[in-house]
Design a protein around this ligand. Sequence first.
Ligand SMILES: [Zn+2]
Length: 499
Amino acid sequence: MRRALCICASLALALQGCRAPSAPDNAQPAASASADANASADAREAANTLDLGPWRENVDGLITDALAKGRSYAMLEELCRVAPLRLSGSKGAERAVAWAEATMRAIGLENVRLEPCLVPHWERGSIERLEMRELDARENLRILALGGSVATPKGGLRAGVIEVKSFEELEQRADEARGKFVFFNRPMDPGNHDCFAAYGGAVDQRSAGAMRAARAGAVGAIVRSMTMRLDDSPHTGAMNYAADGPRIPAVAISTLGAERLSQRIAAGERFELELELDCRTLPDAPSHNVVGEIVGREAPHEIVVVGGHLDAWDVGHGAHDDGAGCVHALEAARLILARGLRPRRTIRVVLFMNEENGTRGARAYYADHASEMEHHVLALESDAGGFTPRGFSTDASAPVLRQLSDVAELVARTGANNVFPGWGGVDIGPMAASGVVLVGYRPDDERYFDHHHSERDTIDQVHPRELAHGAGAIAGLIYVVADLPERLARNPLKAQPQR
Ligand SMILES: [Zn+2]
C-alpha cells in the first residue's frame, strides 16, 4: 500500500506553499544548491511531487531517538504502577490525572493545565458470581459485570436461560425470554480480517443486550466476551439502559465459559443460573482532561492535537487501552522537544477522561474549545493499543489524505506509512463537526482484543520496541503537519455532534 510521493494536479494548487518549503529552523539542509539539487527540484516540479526533504532528517532523528533513547515504555510502566485501575470517578483516575500533569511538566510542555469535566462514577463492588445450578452439581463461570450494570438482589438472582445469537432471534423468541436470563453468544467474526470491524459487528450485544433483554421481560443479560481468543478471562465494557425502560443486571462471560454454557444448553441439560452482583452507580464526580502544549513558533493559534484517553477499565492495567495511547502522545511531544524542535503551529497533547463509559471528557473539550475549533488543523488519537505500527486511518478529504500519505512516507521505517480512509477516534470524534481532520493511529490489531477490557491488559503484554516505533511514527507525523508552511485544508463541516 506504499505510494509514491506524488500529488495530483488539482492538489498542486492547494499545496502552492508546501512545495519547496523553506527549511524548518532546526533542519539541516541536505545539500547546498548544486546542479544536482536544481535538477531534482525541476524533476519534482514536473511530477508535482511534495518536497518533504527539509523534514526528513529531523523525522529520522525522532524515530531513532524513540528507539534508542525513548521513554514511552518507562512512562507506561509508571502509569500502570501509579494508577493501574483508573475508571472515571475512581481514586485511580484521580491519581492518573495527577500523574499526567506531573509528567507533562517534567517533559517540558507549556501551558499544562487540568480542564474540568463531570464524569459517571460506577463501582464494580466485590461480588461477581455466576453459577450453573443443577440437581446434582454446581459450576462457577468466570464473569465481569458490564460497566454501568445494576446489582442483583442480595443473595443472587436465579432463573433459567435462553441462548440467542442476535436481537432478531431474541425478538422471535421473546416469549421464551420472559423471566429468564438471555445469553448473547454471537462470537466476533473470525473471517473478518479487520479485528476492529469484527468487534464492531458483535459489540451491540454488550452495549444494548441488557436493554433488549429487559424489553422482552428477561431478568438479566449474559454476554459472550468481545474477543476471538478462547480463554477464561472475561472482558468488560460499556453498556446502556433505555432511559425509561427496566434495568436488569448485565455481565460478560469468558469465551470458554460461553462455550460450556452453550454446550449444556445444546445438550438439553436442565439447570438454572444464579447471578449475584453488588456493583453500584454513585453521583457524577468531578474529573479532568489533562492538557499541555508545545507552543508554535509562527502560528501558535493553529493547533495540532495528539492524544489518547487517560481512563481505563477497572481490571488489568489498561496498558494497551489506553495507557499506550497516552504515552504515545506524551512521548511524541517529548521527542520533539528533546531534539530542540519548535514547529510553526502549536502541538497540543490532550489526555481525555472518560472515553470508556461516557465520553464526557471528549464532549467537554469540544464545548470548551468551540471558539478555536476553526484553528484546529488536525487531531490524532492513539487508542488501538501499543502494537507494531501499520499506518494511520483518516477522515480527510482525498487531497489531504494524499498529503498525509506523503508525510507518512517519512516514517516508512516504522511501518506506519499506510494512510487509508477511516475514522479517527472516539475522543476526537466531536471535532469532525467543525471540519477538523481526524487521524487514528493504526497498529497491528491481531492481539488487541486478547487484552482489551480484561485482566490480561497488563504492562508485560506491551513490547517496548513496538510501543517506541509507534511513538516515533506519531512524533514524525505531527511534527511535519505542525510545521508545513501551509496548514492542511479543513474537511467540510458536518452536523453538530449530539450533546
Ligand atoms: Zn480505548
